[in-house]
Design a protein around this ligand. Sequence first.
Ligand code: ZN
Length: 582
Amino acid sequence: MSDEPTLPDATAGPIVQLDLREPHRHLVRVTLHLTPRCLQPELRLPAWTPGSYLIRDYVRTLEGLEVFQGETPVSTSRLSAAGWRLQLTALDPLVVHYRLQATELSVRTCHLSADHGFLALAGVVLQVSGERWHPHRLELRLPEGWQAFVPLPGAGEGAWIASDFDRLIDSPVEVGPHPWHRFQVAGVPHRWVTWGGDQPADDPAWLADVEQVALACCRLMGETAPASHDYLFVLHLLDGGYGGLEHDHASVLQYGRRALAAPGGRRKLLQLVAHEYLHQWNVRRLRPAELTPIDYDRVTIVPGLWFAEGVTSYLDLLLPLAAGLGTEADLLQDLGADLSRYLLTPGRRVQGLRQSAEEAWVKLYRQDASSADSQISYYLKGAVVALVLDLHLRRHGSCLPVVLRELWRSHGTWGRGYRNEDLITAFAGQAADLAELLPLWLESTDDPDLSGYLADLGLALVPKPASEAFLGWQLEEAPAQAMLLKRVHRDGPAERARLQAGDELLALDGQRLRRPEDLTTAFGSTSTPGERQLLYCRDGRVRTTRLQPDPPAVASWQLLVDPQLESEPARRKRKRWQALQP
Ligand SMILES: [Zn+2]
């Protein structure tokens, strides 16, 4: 980019210049050039970013807003926490300056450090009234030796063009001196860039496996090529962490180095790749009507999130196997772990699936000590209902991928948003009884008939009992000195003993408690369950209580091939299920 940008005329949109040349100060310097279309234009910073349903108030990182026409400062009045109105006397070109503190490292926030920069542009670019559907030009200034990875068409050195504001906001920006690789999926160019390592170089089969998973996604959608014509993967390989965010032309992934090195770690990263890549269709281009178009300023209730996230979470387990990678045993282990997590979450008795989707903004992204008792993730229960739908449809000679393809044809390819009712109609089109069953599964807090459906495939869920008495509490994972309660189960022994999250355990029957292992020793299967005296500390005051443990509970569930249900037809059904075929 040059110092003097070509100022936009009334037919072009804004120019967004981002200066990242002081990365160690974590400051993004933003300059916006535009020609106003009215005398009182409004500027608003989005409150959230699509794909992550939480009001993030990105404006809290913004400072030093100034607006000029030529040399003359323009007066601004604040409309809301994230909005300003300008008072102009002429439609001469405007320059807007501000800075952003970029210190939050996630796939949906901004982080600029001496090592790299990542920008979720919803937290960076002001929406200017009247400019949303006009092209936006992005220009970046980088530290020496850094390179930018932007899923937008290039417009010269350090510049890119987004067809409108939405396309710009949907373009994650990664910058740094990172290794990167090119590959193709069905002839479509793809880039892979890693910050914090070099996954493709460390694992030479990686890109070929990603390509196979991407091709399996295309086949699943009934397409010969991806929906994007130029795709970018950004991987943040960190000490710990996990997450992903989908875009029309990109996936941003966060993953832990230790998790990657652990058994099954590579497989789970491949599932994350499959998940975000499949979102290219399911939720991005095949989109809930409530997000068509997106309101960046406020909460939008999206009942269909169960489909967008649940179906994608279920299919991301199957896609690597459908791509010829992994084994049936891996699939049963991973699906079994999800089913186990579901069955061990008491909140599923409190919150239904549709309710979970509608409450995403205030519950899923804002977990606290009582969340497991009062809510169920629409990712997790959505995946369970997706499994049940898939197996129900198979009894009718169809399957979940058929419904997904139908919806893609009827809504996605036309850019027509779907409502929850459209989903029910599409499922009922393949199995008429789903017109009644699916609404029930979406509203009810009862479990669907999991064992009945799994038996169709010769599979059974087998409980694994815990080795020690049930105390109805969960400790903080990394107790430094103190043993603190992270969670107290509803209706459990700890709750009956009047304990609460945050309490510090001090001693049991006069014996000092120092490590979690001390509890295992005290409550192991060899010890006699009976009332115990517990000394604990709350709010700086030491107290005592009597704790009556319950018998050992189910520690987990395993999904296994049941020898009594196994048969040649069940085996054949399982193969077709794993191949995503009816
Ligand atoms: Zn997702």
